[in-house]
Design a protein around this ligand. Structure first.
Ligand code: ATP
Length: 242
């Protein structure tokens, strides 16, 4: 059903031993959307990502992807379904070249033909020309911004149906952050559905269709990017004004 949400999370509870990190969160990502999960340190953003990727089990609740209940589907099978996470920039393989890192992205979702692979690679290099210039450089010697680009590029090589980005602005200079956000918007505009996890409220809310605010394991607010940017409580807590 093309009108059904691509991702539907209902009352998701995740715990670390006896410590509950997510207290029953619900969120929806529709096909083609760019949705942001915004939260401060320790709010549970990474926990949400890991649970959606299948790296952490749920204590309660369910995850439906493309109409199918995947709550108990294993991590590698979720990748095969098209749920692909770009880890934070540090997640690139430091000893592998840019090209080898990109090829690692194809590992879980192999291409039907060489032409299809080449076409995808060209697209990724077009989005990130810097990666094209540095194909033979090892990942570990790239700048922070370049490593972030490589992490996203690698995820794109897996042809995500849902691309999950974990704090792509982390540790980067404002100019580089702006550039990364422009590219994220471009990837979305070209048809990839994106779930973005961020602390950078200003940039994320300006670019997103909708956002959810996560506070100590609970979703406390949601709305369009514009609505949340105008919300006094959000301004006060996340934009440092009011
Ligand atoms: P940050 O932006 O700082 O990465 P976050 O929003 O991603 O924060 P999480 O890493 O998801 O937050 O952590 C949510 C809560 O779960 C925190 O209270 C954290 O201390 C706790 N937590 C995370 N990982 C573990 C773990 N392996 N064992 C126990 N508690 C954990």
């Amino acid at each position: 059903d093309p009108t059904s949400p691509l991702l539907e999370v209902t009352d998701m509870v995740v715990s670390y031993g006896r410590i509950r990190a997510l207290h029953g969160i619900s969120l929806t990502v529709r096909r083609g959307e760019l949705v942001t999960l915004l939260g401060a340190n320790g709010a549970g953003k990474s926990t949400t990502m890991r649970a959606l990727s299948g790296l952490l089990p749920l204590s309660a609740g369910r995850i439906v992807f493309d109409g199918r209940d995947i709550t108990h589907v294993k991590a590698h099978e979720r990748v095969a379904l098209g749920i692909v996470q770009a880890p934070e920039g540090r997640g690139v393989f430091p000893g592998m070249t840019v090209q080898e890192n990109l090829d690692m992205g194809c590992y879980a979702r192999t291409f039907a033909s060489k032409a299809e692979y080449a076409q995808r690679l060209d697209w990724v290099i077009e989005l990130f020309p810097r990666l094209g210039e540095r194909r033979t450089q090892v990942g570990g010697t790239l700048s922070g911004g370049e490593q972030q680009m490589l992490a996203i590029g690698r995820a794109l090589m897996a042809r995500p149906r849902l691309l999950m980005l974990d704090e792509p602005s982390m540790g980067l200079a404002p100019k580089v952050i702006a550039q990364i956000f422009r590219i994220i918007t471009e990837i979305n505009a070209q048809g990839t559905t994106i779930l973005l996890v961020e602390q950078n409220a200003q940039q994320a809310l300006r670019r997103t269709d909708r956002a959810y605010i996560l506070e100590t394991g609970e979703i406390t607010r949601s709305g369009t990017g514009a609505e949340l940017l105008a919300d006094p409580a959000v301004k006060h807590a996340y934009l440092g004004v009011g």
